[in-house]
Write a protein that binds this ligand. Structure first.
Ligand SMILES: [Zn+2]
Length: 459
């Protein structure tokens, strides 16, 4: 199968030019001006932007959590991602405490294999680090799982203590991997949750008030200190606030590099959404939404190069599941649906409103994640011999986001009524046209597991 994309404006993290792209099979064969070749499929991209397929390195599909499962399967979640221009996602495997990493890897692989519509890879969340887990780190890296997630919160469920953290960092560093972290102070949050419950303060607002900024700033600083000590490559997921980013900024003063991811919701939404009765449960996530001043910090952080990645932490639940916490905020399943909207929202609110450049947009939605997590240059750019994962984007089309038109398996939208400028028109994944004018042209099973290379602390 050969495809020619004519006359598109190709945007990568570094380039911006008009040319044709010839695709043979799954990869890009030639990029050039006025390519005159016979092909099976011709796409006219005149007036369109042409981006590398988006990479969302933070999603939770069919994840067992708080007594239920996140509501998007590998099929529906990766399909919704494709509709929104994200061709590859990295999901999180959760080790069960007392069990092996291998067992968790098997369980997650079985759920995903043959079911994913778009490409996927895995991080491994280590929730129980001991001598036997230590022996499995290299095995996981050989399987293509080169990043290890840790939780400094969710005490009693997912959290590991600092002793385990240091041990894990030393082993991961030795084996060529990276440690990533949910950086909030689990003990403080645990204390505040209990305090609010004891005082019968049970609405979603108290989810927010149980995780003040200091809990994230403190843990981010502690994590940076520990990675500085161990020398382990490090990445903080879903950063939300000024205090946490300042901890990373301080770390740069001793010549340390800590990668930072934020998520689309922390750039666009704020904590005022919690000031409405139970409706606020739609945005109950951890960490919670913050203040306007934190949004300013995060946008600035992107432009200063301190924040390298914008993900989603997509972890959708249906309203019925959110109602599990109707009388107690601590029982509301944490997470919100966003996998489909990241690329369009960031374009509209970031590029269109002149907060970030087009090249920066590609960097934070695709290229940096590919580089940091060992998929570049196969993924994350448009280049000869790379996978033909390509988004053809209409920068002027206006539309609004709604539960009535989204493709995620949730019965509400966290962005209902948002007006967006710019629309994903076509998407190719490994050379195949998978989205064409709001139609998905592939079935589940097309998505493949992406075995990742060792990480790089330099991008
Ligand atoms: Zn997450």
């Amino acid at each position: 199968m050969t495809t020619l994309i004519k006359n598109g404006r190709i945007i990568t993290a570094t380039d911006d030019y008009i040319a044709d792209i010839l695709i043979k099979g799954e990869t890009v064969h030639t990029i050039g001006k006025d390519l005159a070749v016979q092909v099976d499929q011709l796409i006219d991209a005149t007036g369109m932007l042409v981006f590398p397929g988006g990479i969302d390195p933070h999603v939770h599909l069919e994840m067992p959590f708080m007594g239920t499962f996140s509501s998007d399967s590998y099929e529906t979640g990766t399909r919704a991602a494709l509709y929104g221009g994200t061709t590859t996602v990295i999901d999180f495997i959760l080790q069960k405490q007392g069990n092996s990493l291998r067992a968790a890897f098997k369980e997650w692989s079985n759920r995903a294999k043959g079911n994913a519509t778009g490409d996927y890879s895995f991080h491994m969340a280590v929730t129980d680090f001991n001598d036997s887990t230590k022996g499995e780190i290299k095995e996981m890296i050989d399987e293509g799982i080169t990043s290890f997630k840790t939780f400094m919160a969710y005490k009693g469920a997912l959290m590991i203590d600092d002793r385990q953290m240091i041990g894990l960092m030393e082993e991961v560093n030795k084996q060529g991997g990276m440690v990533t972290v949910h950086a909030t102070n689990g003990d403080m949050i645990d204390y505040l949750v209990q305090k609010h419950r004891d005082e019968a303060k049970l609405s979603p607002l108290y989810h927010y008030l149980s995780q003040p900024e200091v809990t994230e700033a403190e843990a981010s600083e502690r994590f940076a200190d520990m990675t500085n000590y161990t020398g382990c490559p490090s990445y903080i997921v879903h950063m939300t606030c000024e205090g946490a980013l300042n901890a990373v900024r301080n770390a740069t003063r001793r010549n340390q590099k800590v990668f930072v991811e934020t998520c689309i919701q922390y750039l666009l939404l704020d904590a005022s959404l919690y000031q409405q009765d139970f409706e606020g449960a739609k945005w109950v996530m951890s960490p919670p939404l913050r203040e306007k001043k934190d949004q300013v910090t995060l946008w600035a952080g992107i432009n200063q190069g301190l924040v390298q990645v914008v993900g989603t932490d997509h972890c959708p639940f249906k309203w019925e599941q959110k109602l599990m916490g109707k009388d107690d905020f601590s029982k509301i399943p944490n997470g919100h649906p966003a996998i489909e909207h990241r690329m369009e929202l960031l374009f509209s609110e970031g590029v269109e409103k002149r907060k970030i450049s087009l090249n920066k947009y590609v960097e934070v939605t695709s290229t940096n994640a590919a580089k940091i997590f060992g998929m570049f240059p196969k993924k994350g750019t448009i280049a000869v011999d790379g996978d033909a994962d390509i988004v053809i984007f209409d920068p002027t089309s206006r539309h609004s986001i709604s539960v009535n038109t989204h493709h995620m398996n949730t019965d509400y939208s966290a962005y209902e009524g948002w007006e967006v400028t710019g629309k994903v028109k076509m998407v190719l994944l490994r050379g195949k046209l998978v989205i064409d004018e709001n139609k998905c042209l592939v079935e589940k099973g097309y998505g493949q597991y992406v075995k990742r290379k060792k990480v790089s602390a330099i991008i």
